[in-house]
Write a protein that binds this ligand. Structure first.
Ligand code: S3P
Length: 182
């Protein structure tokens, strides 16, 4: 019989800090860390930006779904997993996530997200958006996605005044408390 996976999935909008926090959280919990965008890049042999540009978003979403199935059903080690911002909005994602681990929504306000993404151009979903329209665009896209994000087991309200270490302390406490309760 296959054991149920016990991953810790970090999910949320682009720029909420899933990868940075995930890497640190994995260290704190002595677990492996996995970033689904990197897995997609390895599988496709090209960057996320190139996949969007050359193969299109539909192909990217197909690869994203395949990676999620692999992680949820076949992965050897329980890991901290940073999901892509769009992964929880995929059809069929939630049964896979719920069956294979604990989900944490890294919640931030549109303003915080805007401040985190405005100087980077490595996110194809936001690349074409003009700077002056970026905040409004984030608000709209977040509104569309938030019902999916809110399905998470935990809503982790992330404060900008916390540094990374303090954020990880809060996150570890939240996860330990939930372990004790279950
Ligand atoms: C996406 C988010 C990105 C990446 C891809 C699409 C999205 O990941 O998966 O560019 O649709 O929100 P991050 O959330 O890690 O930036």
């Amino acid at each position: 019989m296959k054991m149920k996976r016990k991953h810790i999935y970090l999910l949320g909008f682009m720029g909420c800090g899933k990868s940075t926090l995930g890497r640190k959280l994995a260290q704190a919990l002595d677990m492996p860390f996995v970033d689904t965008d990197i897995m997609i890049e390895v599988k496709a042999g090209m960057s996320v930006t190139t996949i969007f540009a050359q193969l299109g978003e539909t192909k990217f979403r197909e690869l994203e779904k395949e990676i999620l199935i692999d992680l949820a059903q076949n992965w050897e080690e329980d890991s901290v997993v940073a999901l892509g911002g769009g992964t929880p909005a995929q059809i069929g994602a939630w049964p896979l996530l719920q069956a294979s681990g604990t989900t944490v929504y890294v919640e931030r306000t549109p303003e915080q997200l805007y401040n985190h993404v405005r100087f980077t151009n490595r996110r194809p979903v936001l690349q074409e958006v003009k700077q002056e329209e970026l905040l409004g665009h984030i608000e709209k896209l977040l509104e569309k996605r938030v019902t999916n994000y809110l399905k998470a087991d935990h809503i982790f309200n992330c404060k900008d005044e916390w540094g990374v270490d303090e954020t990880i302390d809060h996150l570890v406490k939240l996860l330990k408390k939930s372990d004790e309760e279950n």
